[in-house]
Design a protein around this ligand. Sequence first.
Ligand SMILES: NC(=O)c1ccc[n+]([C@@H]2O[C@H](COP(=O)([O-])OP(=O)(O)OC[C@H]3O[C@@H](n4cnc5c(N)ncnc54)[C@H](O)[C@@H]3O)[C@@H](O)[C@H]2O)c1
Length: 377
Amino acid sequence: MTRELGVGILGCGNISTTYFRLAPLFKGLNVLACADINRSAAMLRAEEFGVAEQSVDELLDNDEIDVIVNLTIPDAHFAVSQRILEAGKHVYSEKPLVLSLSEGEILGRLAAEKGLSVGCAPDTFLGGAHQLARAHIDSGAIGRITSGTCHVMSPGMEMWHPNPDFFFLPGGGPVLDLGPYYIANLINLIGPVKRVGALTSMAHETRTITSQPRRGAVIPVKTPTNIHALLEFVSGATITLSASWDVWAHRHGPMELYGTEGSLFVPDPNFFGGTVEASGRNRDIVSLPAWEHPFGIANQESPQGPRANYRTAGLADMALALIEGRDARCSLDRALHGVDVMTSILKSGETGAFVTLSTTCTQPAALGMEEAAQLLR
Ligand SMILES: NC(=O)c1ccc[n+]([C@@H]2O[C@H](COP(=O)([O-])OP(=O)(O)OC[C@H]3O[C@@H](n4cnc5c(N)ncnc54)[C@H](O)[C@@H]3O)[C@@H](O)[C@H]2O)c1
């Protein structure tokens, strides 16, 4: 195999600009072409970023493409990834990988038959902040993690997204939309989950869009928008995960982990950077000294100030893993385990019973400063 993979982008909507912009930062990736069922969307990106525009079939048949990045909407992920594998190419998908375990298992079987790889976002757990948290845990500084809390709560999506309908339909909801970031980081920090239980509800059966251009339109809510889940990890740690779009304001941190020797305060797993705080047995909470991790360095302006954004790092790690014949950190088994966690949370909410997971995975290898630097050009 060559030292560089030909990359095709399939799905040229909102998040595709991030991939087009950031992929050139990384070794091993050469974005050559893009496609979308809406060809004008693909043409726009092709012109903006100097790549070829192709029909979906042409991209699937393109001999120069080794891996196709699936940036379509969640409902299309399974069918599109299946077609990519059938066309003989590796897949890297945006989250969530699929909407059911059985779909993920079909992809796994197909990939194994064809000797291909499937990778999946989120890759934000490769960020400098989350790898610092990982190094702190691995050093033994907070002892064995026994419990923790995660909170991802807001009033919803209908006040900013132009077409928020899908967020409130099956396949959407705060656990499937934002849960992947939290669960991927918990797998990074603690390992796989054993069983889950949840209470789920919805504050409203309809929502009124307040964003433009559909301000005033009333849309149905067909999936829980308020989820309180309990996760028992294989390690024995028990974590509370609250994911809600029914909360106007709150004072909870995104992620707190409590160990036998101290506590760890982890910034928002939706982003690569942020301040990591910790305490020991003396109970003084202090910021961990910032380290020079390449994926923690701010490289982007945002309304909240400078921000580190290295999305595509997971794809770059997968490309290098393919070249070196090693495990990719954003692997199929970890993404599928995440899907199992999320769909089991929703199932528990429906049935009222705890659900023991049928999948498991390993913790991904930590990504230290040198290994991260090796992914960059
Ligand atoms: N927008 C974000 O900030 C963001 C952030 C992280 C992850 N994501 C994830 O990325 C994915 C895409 O999100 P987005 O916001 O870019 O969505 P989007 O709706 O802006 O874009 C999706 C694109 O996929 C195309 N598409 C849909 N079905 C297709 C099919 N079957 N074949 C080919 N093209 C198809 C659409 O025409 C559209 O251009 C989602 O899974 C989302 O969860 C989005």
